[in-house]
Design a binder for this molecule. Structure first.
Ligand code: AMP
Length: 126
């Protein structure tokens, strides 16, 4: 399967790993939108949140169990935001289920404005 995140898991595409166990892989986003921007993915390929089912929920559970450990390792003591974009309207660009952990600063309060979804704007350190 031609999936960039499957290639990151198998090492054929390099990544800056922050966490790995038998079911979960986490790495720094190549285009960070916050001081900390990490992607957490199941090693099993699942296209998106829409494809989560009783058959693969065990892998998603393992992702969710890993997220607090990863956040702690990243030093996100004061909180963080977790996002999973899904499908066309959700602006999902990589079709392998992933969760963005964003933090390291006080984030904007609103993710969605009255005028629609706010575009992700690349983060620049002040
Ligand atoms: P989404 O738009 O929710 O599908 O998020 C996909 C994310 O993957 C984006 O934030 C990209 O910056 C990130 N991304 C794409 N390719 C890579 C890569 N090779 N290494 C790390 N992050 C990547």
């Amino acid at each position: 399967m031609d999936c960039i995140f499957c290639k990151i898991i198998d090492g054929s595409i390099p990544s800056k790993k922050v966490y790995e166990d038998e079911a979960v892989y986490a790495f720094h986003d190549i285009n960070p939108l916050a001081p900390v921007h990490v992607l957490v993915i199941p090693k099993m390929h699942i296209d998106s949140m829409d494809k989560v089912s009783a058959d693969n929920a065990e892998y998603v559970k393992k992702v969710f169990l890993a997220i607090p450990k990863i956040a702690e390792e990243l030093g996100l003591k004061n909180g963080y935001r977790l996002i999973s974009n899904c499908g066309e309207d959700g602006c999902q660009s990589v079709k392998h289920l992933h969760f963005h952990i964003l933090g390291g600063k006080k984030l904007e309060e609103k993710l969605v404005s009255r005028f629609g979804l706010k575009c992700f704007v690349p983060f620049h350190q002040d």
